[in-house]
Design a protein. Structure first.
Length: 134
């Protein structure tokens, strides 16, 4: 599927966030085809660069050409990291960050819940309409 503009801030979904850890984050500017990827606060290197879409994948290459990160678009607010097609991601200190592994999910915070609530309201409205139409 082709998704509309996916510009925004996507944060890695984790079950248990340790105190002091910061979630890895992807920031996309779909109009400019640019990205910023933050995952290691101790690193002086900030991965930024260009984004290319191939099928349902977003291929991000840093401006210096040193690193490539590949994500599969699951829907317009969810991405899945594909490690085997990406550069190795290594934290400076594992105790101060969250390791990004194959299949890691990145979402716009709260978007899945918001869409579920909208769909629930739509279903309730349809039920009310059918009741009154009967």
């Amino acid at each position: 599927p082709v998704y509309p503009n996916i510009s925004g801030e996507y944060v890695m979904v984790v079950d248990n966030l340790k105190e002091g850890n910061v979630l890895p984050k992807l920031i996309f500017d779909d109009c400019k085809k640019e990205f910023t990827f933050t995952y290691d606060l101790l690193s002086s290197y900030l991965p930024t660069g260009k984004v290319e879409q191939v099928g349902n994948k977003k291929i991000m290459t840093t401006n210096d050409g040193k690193y490539t990160y590949v994500f599969e678009m699951l829907n317009s607010y969810t991405f899945k990291f594909i490690a085997e097609e990406s550069s190795n991601i290594k934290l400076t200190d594992d105790s101060l960050g969250i390791q990004i592994t194959d299949g890691a999910i990145f979402q716009i915070p709260g978007e899945a819940k918001r869409r579920q609530e909208i769909r629930q309201r739509q279903l309730e409205e349809e039920d009310t309409f059918i009741y009154w139409a009967y």
